[in-house]
Design a protein around this ligand. Sequence first.
Ligand code: ADE
Length: 236
Amino acid sequence: MRIDILTLFPDMFDGPLKTSILGRAQESGLLDIHVHDIRGWTTDKHNKVDDRPFGGGPGMVLMCQPLHDAVLAVEASDTRRAHRMLLSPQGRRLSQDIVESLAQQERLLLIAGHYEGIDERVIDALEPDEVSIGDYVLSGGELPALVLVDAIARLLPGALGHEGSAAEDSFSIKDDDGTPLLDTPHYTRPRNWEDRQVPDVLLSGDHGAIAKWRLEQQRQRTQDRRPDLLDDPTND
Ligand code: ADE
């Protein structure tokens, strides 16, 4: 899968993209990520990419021209059609279901907005799939873009190194009726740590009993911590 990221702060991606699963997915060729500086497409002699908002108000607004030219140029650098996305608090809220469907795409183009916003006309012209990572406001779309890339990368076959484990994560686990469930608790050595014991069933070697206990834990945790997931009519 190819992912192009358009940003005014390319340095923000250096560390996270090199590290852990994202680093390995790129080394192994599963993921081909290109980060582009929108400023590279400014035609303004002072390299200006933003300006004050018409009508007044705080902050600066990203101008149409550099972003529009950047998107078209980056898209043309590969024959695969890119699914255009804009990270913004005004988008549809990201969920594991959305991540799973995005992981099927062969190419994504992510626009990380910054400052107070982006000139609405370029959003109208580009018609990106607008996505928010939650109901809180960050100072830009860079961290949300990294969140999205990470969530997608771990679903690519082979990225985790141990097949099956992504399917056992919170939200990917489904009850018999399709309800998403939170993950079960996990334990490792030692068996006794500061007078806290690992549950006996996990030491029993009885795989049927372990699977049953884990499912009960998942249901109980979901009931206790996220009852909203249990009666959400969109989970079918
Ligand atoms: N940019 C700023 N806040 C954001 C959010 N919550 N999700 C996506 N992009 C953002």
